[in-house]
Design a protein around this ligand. Structure first.
Ligand code: BGC
Length: 886
């Protein structure tokens, strides 16, 4: 093929490669293979057909030649698609000169079950119910069936109330975990679709499933088990097998299924799992197993909730980590003997054991983020979460492996000890060494997109901590922390982090799903709860400034990074209702006024400038100030959303309303001589970041902000709401020097202080822990809380130099504006966008600044150099040199 031709590669549908089980007409995405400098797509043509052969004269849809440089979010616009419909598609591109390239390789997608009537089965399970404290054993479910002829293809449509692991003929279906995921099960339930053609065959087959409590009937936060949605798990499956002769055999969950106790004695996402390998039922999910002593299942109808596929990628085991040293033996060889493993990285996941020993020997696996000075685990910050797994060996002479099924933990260290009556003298054969334990990292499988590196080792570690903090908390929903008895979808944490998340990974699907959860949780009066998904019992506060504003911030951040109009369209009704709530509860433009009856908000949570005391919400920035500033910002965002969606009259209404709120803000919180009534860094940051002040008053407020920072000897004092704004506001108003000073500050309080103490994730508090004194406060203290990692976007955009143009989002036009500063002489960054990969790299030698930028095909950029010059660039490699002192 001629290298001078433009060609679409890496075709994706709904952000996925050849997805199955879509729930709505899809959108198409591709990358462009065209290495010519300035390469650009001038037009495209998509063809969609029922088979690859048919693509020549597409019978499903043809876009025709479309004069456009769009290569993402291309809406399928053919006839309505039906359940199970498989569609092949390809795309041809025209280059800048209008020359057609070769047609791409074909790709495909397949629709799921679009109508409730497509589901023929019922939910099945065992009658076992646990107590408020301990779950019941996980039932094994199975159904044997006969296929009389050869199989052409097979699909499994499947979900559960609770968690399931499905298998067919002894082979696990899918590599994802914690399926079907977490939603408000009273309103919405996600199902999955798997290609199981290779699992089934002519003759006798068995489909099986093991169920766990999960979010549906396990613990949520600190609530007792089964407090929210249900008391026991159940399973819904529809296996559809198309035979070579074209006939279809359906195997669905119904009263012919059987259940039996399995090896999981109980499981809980927060507490841990107890597994007795002696109770494994050999071949339980194969034809070899005789199920005559199994029991009849309990059957229940499909509840009247939305049953749909999730737009988010699943949770998967993303990597494995070996212990960094041999385990340390503690104890004296008696029953209290234990081995402590260090994985060198705080992470979210589970421990996989590989051991050999006598049947009946129980291993107790505890997890912790840090050790006490004596080398034992410090679990004091876990509150009521037990975070312990138990494994009882079956005594396999060849050794046995155990990976917990229905739980996860936040940990860097694990301690394995011996339960029951075991001791090393009694059971000398069981050796626990370095190979006995591996940490399995679990997270939602959002593809990595961004990278950053520079010549400052601590800053690189901070960047790594931000990424790990995100990984550890993107588990089905964006959570606050993965270790203690919380792990909830706190809205505030994720709204401050969303734009950083969109640099670290492709999070469009993840946030699209969570925004549906948010809409499900919205109250009748438009208020939005502080945690999503919500159940009436989970959290009864709602409408918090800077938390519930996730309603507008998260979809807008998603749109800016990916140009995803669908997430805006879907979220717009919730946004409008949220704004109505704000308007209804504000008084003359002021939100959370003294008489406001609802929750007053969490303030600048955990800021260090408060009047003292134990309330992390009482800080130097009054809640009314914070709430009114966020009210104005919510209006600005919704006005932008309305413009993007073409709702021009809404856009004007919201923009006008914002003016009123801004005026009220100025009346209430700005003195006649231009000073803010909030004597805090965060107060100044909010006013500047949200453009609440007249231009003329801003320089003085910037100076006051710098003075406040200087008064603290160049330290921050901000909490959850101020921190994300610090560096970007300072840099935007010409004080990148101060931003650098803060981000490279190593003494407390600062981003690098935890790094100097060996942190490998973001901490909840600026001083969460110290090696000598341990946790500063065990009542609320996590070492894996991503909120302060929101500085990641600024590091990537301003030190790394890669940012989108808000006027032309989704990196159609990239702003390359690296800002060098004292302390860093070299930095590089990259970002995989929907248009391809951007790479930047700069160096400072004396005062000479060198920059190299690579842009992918079909992207333009504006390079701004430290000497103040600007350069328009297109696809290809560009090098610049200037004097940084000018
Ligand atoms: C969570 C936070 C959350 C906060 C509300 C905490 O318990 O861990 O991250 O945002 O409560 O202020």
């Amino acid at each position: 093929m001629s290298p001078s031709l433009t060609r679409a590669i890496h075709l994706r549908t709904e952000y996925q490669v050849q997805p199955l089980g879509l729930g709505a007409p899809p959108r198409f995405f591709w990358l462009i293979d065209d290495a010519r400098p300035g390469a650009r797509q001038s037009a495209y043509r998509v063809r969609a057909a029922a088979s690859v052969e048919q693509l020549q004269s597409p019978d499903v849809w043809g876009s025709g030649r479309v004069e456009s440089d769009a290569q993402a979010q291309i809406e399928f616009a053919g006839k309505p698609l039906v359940s199970r419909q498989r569609v092949w598609w390809d795309v041809q591109l025209w280059d800048a000169a209008g020359v057609a390239g070769p047609v791409s390789e074909p790709s495909s997608f397949e629709m799921g079950l679009l109508d409730r009537a497509d589901w023929q089965g019922q939910f099945v399970g065992s009658p076992l119910e646990g107590t408020g404290q301990v779950g019941a054993p996980s039932p094994l479910l199975r159904k044997a069936f006969e296929l009389k002829s050869p199989v052409a293809s097979a699909r499994l449509y499947v979900t559960a109330l609770g968690l399931y692991e499905a298998s067919i003929n002894g082979r696990r279906v899918g590599s994802d975990v914690f399926r079907p995921g977490w939603t408000d099960y009273d309103k919405r339930l996600n199902y999955q679709t798997y290609d199981v053609t290779a699992h089934v065959n002519q003759g006798r087959n068995v489909i099986g499933a093991m169920l766990g409590d999960g979010w549906y009937c396990g613990r949520i936060g600190a609530l007792d088990r089964a407090a929210c949605w249900g008391k026991r798990p159940s399973f819904l499956a529809q296996l559809e097998i198309t035979m070579v002769d074209g006939s279809v055999v359906r195997v669905v969950t119904d009263d012919s299924w059987r259940w039996h106790n399995g090896p999981v004695l109980n499981s809980d996402l927060i507490h841990g799992e107890e597994y007795d390998a002696r109770l494994q039922v050999a071949g339980w999910d194969t034809a070899a197993c005789d199920d005559r002593d199994w029991h009849a299942v309990v059957v229940q109808p499909i509840p009247a909730v939305i049953l749909e596929p999730s737009p988010a990628p699943p949770v998967r085991a993303l990597s494995e980590i070996k212990p960094v040293t041999d385990p340390r033996k503690i104890g004296d060889g008696s029953m209290r003997e234990a081995y402590v493993y260090d994985f060198g990285q705080n992470l979210t996941g589970v421990l996989r054991l590989r051991v050999r020993g006598a049947a009946g020997c129980t291993l107790v696996i505890r997890h912790a983020e840090v050790l006490k000075p004596d080398g034992t685990l410090d679990t004091s910050n876990l509150r009521s979460a037990r975070v312990i797994d138990h494994y009882t060996l079956r005594g396999d002479p060849d050794g046995e492996t155990y990976t917990p099924h229905f739980t996860f933990h936040g940990f860097r260290y694990a301690q394995i000890s011996f339960g029951g009556m075991w001791s090393s003298t009694a059971e000398p054969k069981l050796v626990l060494d370095r190979d006995s334990a591996t940490a399995v990292v679990l997270a939602t499988d959002t593809p990595d997109t961004g990278s950053f590196d520079c010549d400052h080792a601590l800053l690189n570690q901070l960047y790594s901590n931000i990424r790990w903090g995100m990984r550890g908390n993107f588990i089905e929903v964006p959570t606050d922390c993965p270790q203690r008895d919380e792990r909830l979808g706190w809205t505030g944490d994720t709204q401050v982090f969303a734009s950083t998340a969109a640099v670290n990974a492709e999070v469009a699907g993840f946030y699209t799903k969570w925004m549906r959860d948010l809409a499900d949780a919205q109250c009748d009066n438009g208020a939005v709860p502080a945690v999503i998904p919500k159940h009436a019992k989970v959290w009864d506060w709602e409408g918090e400034a800077g938390w519930s504003d996730a309603t507008v911030v998260v979809p807008w951040a998603t749109y800016q990074a990916y140009g995803d109009l669908r997430v805006l369209t879907e979220s717009y009704p919730a946004m409008k209702r949220w704004i109505s709530y704000l308007t209804d509860t504000a008084r003359e433009g002021i939100r959370v006024h003294a008489e406001h009856k609802g929750h007053q908000g969490f303030g600048d949570w955990l800021a260090l400038d408060g009047p003292g005391g134990s309330d992390p919400a009482r800080t130097a920035t009054p809640k009314t100030f914070i709430a009114t500033a966020h009210y104005a910002e919510a209006l600005r965002i919704i006005a932008n959303v309305a413009t993007a969606l073409g709702h021009t009259s809404d856009a004007k209404t919201y923009a006008d309303q914002r003016e009123t709120v801004v005026a009220a803000f100025n009346r209430a919180f700005v003195t006649p001589d231009g000073k803010l009534t909030a004597p805090s860094q965060t107060g100044h940051l909010l006013a500047l970041a949200f453009d609440l002040l007249p231009e003329s008053k801003r320089p003085a407020v910037v100076d006051q902000l710098v003075q406040l920072i200087q008064e603290r000897d160049w330290h921050l004092t901000t909490g959850f709401l101020g921190t994300p704004l610090l560096c970007s506001v300072l840099a935007r108003f010409g004080r990148a020097d101060v931003a650098y000073r803060l981000v490279l500050q190593e003494t407390y309080p600062s981003w690098l202080y935890p790094v100097t103490l060996g942190a490998t994730t973001m901490w909840e508090r600026w001083n969460s822990w110290h090696p000598k004194t341990g946790f500063v406060d065990i009542s609320m203290n996590s070492l894996n809380h991503y909120a302060y990692g929101a500085v990641g976007k600024w590091i990537h955009a301003s030190i790394g130099g890669i940012d989108f143009d808000p006027a032309d989002p989704a990196y159609r036009r990239v702003l390359v504006r690296p800002i060098p500063g004292k302390g860093i002489n070299r930095a590089s960054a990259s970002l995989q966008t929907l248009r391809g990969r951007i790479v930047t790299s700069w160096q400072l030698h004396d005062s000479t600044f060198n920059l190299v930028v690579h842009l992918p095909a079909n992207m333009t950029g504006m390079v701004s150099l430290p000497d103040g010059t600007e350069h328009t660039v297109h696809a290809g490699k560009h090098e610049f040199t200037c004097d940084s002192d000018t």
